[in-house]
Structure formats: structure tokens, C-alpha cells
Design a protein around this ligand. Sequence first.
Ligand SMILES: [Zn+2]
Length: 64
Amino acid sequence: MDQLDQRQVSCPYCGMAVSVLLEPMAEGQDMIQDCGVCCRPIRLITEYEPQFATQTLRALRDDE
Ligand SMILES: [Zn+2]
């Protein structure tokens, strides 16, 4: 029931794919995860979409 949802996003700095673990069914989340390649902080914003029972995930730079 408590399985994490693994997603991949492109790092907004270096463009490499980064794995992200999302907590399922959480409300919108706003968190920072360092890129494993370039080590810069990626701002991750999720929004839960009930009609699809899924979360959308956006990766933004933290310096804008
Ligand atoms: Zn990166």
C-alpha cells in the first residue's frame, strides 16, 4: 500500500535522466533533490490528478 512511485525526469541543468521517488497519493509536493550527475538542486513539484489517479511531475531549476 505504501509503495513509492519511481519516475524519471530530465535534469533542468544538464539534461540527464534522474530517478525520483514519489509518495503515492500524496497531495501536491514541492521538494528539492540534487541531480546525481551535476549535483545541482532540482526543484520537483508534483500535482495529484484525481481523474487519472496519477501525479504529474515537473522539474525546475532552483535558481530562477
Ligand atoms: Zn544535472
